[in-house]
Design a protein around this ligand. Structure first.
Ligand code: ADP
Ligand code: MG
Length: 333
């Protein structure tokens, strides 16, 4: 997009021009799109009987990732968080767009960023079909398009009283790593390494989302904290829920933490990109088969129904205060 040129921002001699940058780092032959990167628009062929699942997520330096973050990991994470939204709808990844503001066209940074991005894209058969590139503070905005058979998407408003509540993986590990990076607590290297990988290289649960179509009722990905994201499902579906705090998976590292820290990470930690979903109790075996089929751990952590709102219970059935805020960019601290 051409706007008023910024005369003060002269490019360094070795920097790439905008079109050279796109051609070198982001243009690859179109595999499935009718027309990919290079024209005014990409062209995608609608598929009979399928709906488009479309989502955008923005990553801003200093807000979603720290300045100096390894570019390969950033390329992975930028796409992973977007693929996670497709997973949470049960959509098959198809194509994506990349809008990029860069302070400078640094070829080494771009090479690493593109390597991280395309490695994950190729793993999921999703194709980059366009975008926008401009100079500015580092900011990445991806738009993903997925396909889902008409009516089969896993929507937030589809939870029903009597459903069981499930979560994939081990929510809370990413927050545990973030607390270490922020100096809130200190983890030993052997503890830090696996949870840091969860923060920096999250695994979008795409295969699980696809396998849960026709089995689960509602799904959401845990990006802002388990209780907060569950709250979105409760409001959209008009049901209540009971969550069993001690049924939450711990993994080795969370299990070693003091209870208050562990619970705060599990219940209110963001950035895990695990799937939180509901399914009828009669489909419990199908849920377990679906998860086993894609090699993902799932845990049954509660049930939907009862009074409206969210009740958190300990192992003895006593109510626990749920006063954990979920992450909100505009909430005053
Ligand atoms: P326009 O001026 O029509 O917006 P641009 O000059 O911005 O077009 O982009 C030229 C082509 O390169 C378009 O096909 C656009 O989708 C693509 N493109 C621009 N930036 C990126 C990027 N970061 N990743 C992928 N494709 C890009
Ligand atoms: Mg443009």
């Amino acid at each position: 997009m051409a706007h008023a040129p910024d005369a003060s921002a002269a490019a360094p001699a070795d920097a790439l021009g905008e079109f050279e940058l796109i051609a070198r780092h982001f243009q690859r032959p179109a595999a499935r799109a009718v027309l990919g990167v290079g024209d005014d628009c990409a062209l995608l062929q609608p598929v009979a009987g399928q709906q488009w699942a479309v989502s955008t997520d923005m990553l801003v330096e200093g807000r979603h990732f720290l300045a100096g973050t390894d570019p390969r990991r950033l390329g992975h994470k930028a796409l992973a968080v977007n693929l996670s939204d497709l997973a949470a709808m049960g959509a098959q990844p198809h194509a994506f767009l990349l809008a990029l503001a860069l302070p400078a066209a640094d070829p080494a940074w771009l090479r690493e960023f593109a390597a991280g991005l395309f490695a994950l894209a190729d793993e999921h058969g999703i194709e980059l079909v366009g975008g926008d590139t401009t100079r500015g503070p580092l900011n990445l905005c991806l738009t993903v398009l997925g396909l889902v058979p008409a009516g089969a998407a896993l929507r937030r408003d589809a939870a029903r009283a009597g459903d069981e509540l499930w979560v994939s993986g081990v929510p809370g590990e990413a927050r545990l790593a973030l607390g270490h990076l922020r100096g809130e607590w200190a983890l030993e290297p052997a503890a830090l390494e696996p949870v840091l990988a969860r923060l920096e290289r999250p695994t979008p649960r795409v295969a699980l989302g696809l396998a849960l179509r026709g089995i689960a009722h509602a799904a959401i990905d845990v990006s802002d904290g388990l209780l907060g994201d569950l709250g979105h499902v409760l409001r959209a579906s008009g049901v209540g829920a009971e969550v069993l705090a001690d049924a939450l998976p711990r993994g080795r590292v969370l299990a070693e933490q003091p209870e208050a820290r562990r619970r705060a990470c599990q219940l209110a930690g963001g950035d895990d990109y695990e799937l939180l979903f509901t399914a009828p109790a009669a489909r419990r075996a199908q849920v377990l088969d679906a998860a086993a089929g894609c090699g993902v751990q799932v845990s049954r952590i509660g049930s939907m129904g009862g009074e409206p709102g969210l009740r958190l219970l300990d192992a003895a059935g006593r109510s626990i205060d749920t006063g954990f805020p979920s992450f909100d960019h505009f909430a005053t601290p």
